[in-house]
Design a protein around this ligand. Structure first.
Ligand code: ASP
Length: 608
């Protein structure tokens, strides 16, 4: 037997037991004639004590870091106990040892706070994975995985695998493609998601499907994206939106409970897409804190501010506000005493290219109720007070205002809000706030092509009340300047996203299941009948054979784990991730292939 116990198992109750352990040498400490070794495996660390009697043997075969060691000895109570580890009350008095394998010196130390930089850790990921910090993340991922399977199994879902070598599934990214040797000149696409397959499974009658599955998207890797990532992919037949929301609210709460021990009892909050955009400036608001946006030039349809807004900034002669398409403000709690240096620093922050604003206006609502602002010249105390009230500021708050084009300003203030929330400690890793964002627009306007693109994907159904608008109107946009007044601009989708602490962790929709509506959708996206047939003939065909009403959702497993683990980076929760340029630096992939392989594929490389 290689071992009788693991390195995480022995306690004071095991004293005097004869044990055999095997593991890796974490540290070797020699004190005169005795030597202490910390032996590590997946389960923990146990201290070994080599007495003088083993000195000669140790000298003959010295131990080094990461050597694989097997020992036999007796469990012994430690005089100097270590309260920080579960085995800290005991040590093993070693009788025999044998080195099962040596290790060369690792390129970084295998401990919680390692000295290895990111690249080094990724190059030697198999060593990095020995570290406790990384192991904990993979354990959490496994717990989420198991909880998911438990819950979905209890709910009657079936795990059904779908193929990886397929034809394109549009999810808004580029496909990774794989050449087919047997069909020269033809390519498979790797699935961006199993979307069409899970819909076909509904047509086949498997009315509750799930899969924990890899998806592949060739996109420019913005921070914290991976070209291959894992989804908890689900689909149900004979359901309405409410059924899906209830089922998957259940899943996420079950995960919270089993993985984190958190009882998330209240119903998950809901917000329309439009409110999310106006109140928080983005469609995945972090609702752990308030600091909602005040739209100082709100269009009339925008929620409750409509009465107050226009008067707030217009007519005072301040060109920056008067000429701007949009003026947005937040009230930052308790920051009215910011110094000049601090407000200057914030101004620089919003001027950074990533944020791209020209400047920042601030109003200090002092604790004594007075005001001091960078626009005192234009706005008297009464107007400043009106702004403060509209922004729901309290004495002691600092109101920050950005002005510019609508899209950029909204994005910038939303970033500023998140940044201030972070600086003020309002975005706590151990607080979890879930939110459903609902009622997304079905289409997005693509300026370049002057056409509609699907906001979610082309299989998402419009709200039932918008179906007639969709069927009854020509999707062509005659005049780019007035695209917003095209009837399609206001069509809402039966789509939903689940947001956790400001991150989209899941998204889905009720699907189109009628052939005619699906054809209209494809047409709206600029596909003629021939292209529809070429790309999605199989789906349109299937819809002719009794497709049931259906809908589904997919959760990003990597990101969900990262948030539950209190980390910013999904890479920490993937055993073998790629770097920001999509490279696996351990394998050194992607890589060229040899001429023989190219010949077999009948492919000639002619790089541009
Ligand atoms: N396939 C979608 C996605 O990957 C999710 C869904 O609609 O179920 O985003």
């Amino acid at each position: 037997m290689f071992r009788t116990q693991t390195c995480g198992e022995l306690r004071i109750a095991d004293i005097n037991k004869e044990v055999t352990l095997a593991g890796w040498v974490q540290t070797v400490r020699k004190f005169g004639s005795i030597t202490f070794v910390d032996l590590r495996d997946r389960y923990g660390i146990t201290q070994l004590l080599f007495s003088e009697a083993l000195n000669d043997q140790l000298d003959a075969s010295p131990l080094g870091r990461e050597f694989v060691l097997q020992i036999t000895g007796k469990v012994h109570e430690r005089s100097n106990k270590n309260k920080n580890i579960p085995t800290g009350d005991i040590e093993i008095l070693v009788d025999h040892f044998s080195v099962l394998n040596k290790s060369i010196t690792p390129p970084f130390t295998i401990q919680d706070d390692t000295d290895g930089g990111d690249d080094l850790r990724m190059k030697y990921r198999f060593l990095d994975l020995r570290r406790n910090a990384v192991k904990k993340n993979l354990e959490l991922r496994y717990a989420v995985n198991r909880a998911t399977r438990d819950y979905l199994h209890q709910q009657g879902f079936m795990d059904i695998e779908t193929p990886f070598l397929i034809k394109s599934t549009p999810e808004g990214a580029r496909d990774f493609v794989v050449p087919s040797r047997m069909n020269p000149g033809e390519f498979y696409a790797l699935p961006q998601s199993p979307q069409t397959f899970k819909q076909l499974l509904m047509v086949s009658g498997y009315d509750r499907y799930y899969q924990i599955v890899k998806c592949f998207r060739d996109e420019d890797l913005r921070a914290d994206r991976q070209p291959e990532f894992t989804q908890i992919d689900c689909e149900m037949a004979f359901v309405k939106q409410e059924d899906i929301l209830a089922m998957f609210e259940g899943l996420i709460k079950y995960i919270f409970k089993t993985v984190k021990g958190i009882e998330y009892t209240e119903p998950v909050a809901r917000m329309s897409w439009e409110d999310a955009m106006w109140q928080y400036g983005n469609d995945k608001p972090d609702t752990r804190f308030g600091m909602q946006l005040l739209n100082m030039k709100a269009p009339a349809h925008v929620f409750a501010q409509k009465d107050r807004s226009a008067a707030l900034v217009d007519g005072a002669g301040f060109g920056v506000f008067d000429d701007a398409e949009t003026v947005l403000a937040i009230a930052v709690p308790g920051c009215s005493e910011y110094t000049r240096k601090q407000t200057d620093e914030l101004t620089e922050w919003v001027k950074r290219p990533q944020i791209g604003m020209k400047g920042l206006v601030f109003i200090k609502y002092n604790a004594d109720g007075s005001f001091k602002s960078s626009v005192d010249k234009f706005y008297n105390e009464d107007r400043l007070k009106a702004i403060a009230e509209a922004a729901q500021a309290k004495p002691g708050d600092l109101i920050l205002i950005l002005a510019g084009t609508e899209e950029r300003t909204r994005k910038a203030i939303s970033e500023l809000r998140l940044e201030m929330g972070k600086r003020l400690g309002m975005r706590k890793d151990d607080e979890f706030k879930l939110l459903w964002v609902l009622d997304f627009p079905l289409f997005e306007y693509d300026e370049e092509g002057n056409r509609w693109v699907a906001r979610h994907h082309p299989f998402t159904s419009p709200k039932p009340s918008d179906i007639d608008t969709m069927i009854g109107n020509n999707p062509v946009i005659e005049n780019a300047a007035t695209y917003l007044s095209h009837p399609y601009a206001n069509i809402k989708a039966n789509a939903y996203d689940m947001v956790l602490n400001g991150n989209e962790i899941g998204g889905g929709s009720i699907r189109i299941y009628q052939k005619e509506l699906q054809q209209k959708m494809f047409e709206a996206l600029g596909m003629d009948a021939e292209e529809q047939q070429h790309k999605f003939g199989f789906l349109l065909g299937a819809f002719e054979y009794g497709a049931p009403p259906h809908g589904g959702i997919a959760f990003g497993l990597d990101r969900t784990c990262a948030i539950l683990g209190g980390s910013e980076s999904i890479r920490d929760f993937i055993a073998f991730p790629k770097n920001n340029s999509g490279r696996d630096i351990m394998l050194d992939a992607p890589a060229t292939i040899d001429n023989k392989q190219l010949d077999e594929l009948q492919i000639k490389i002619d790089l541009k």
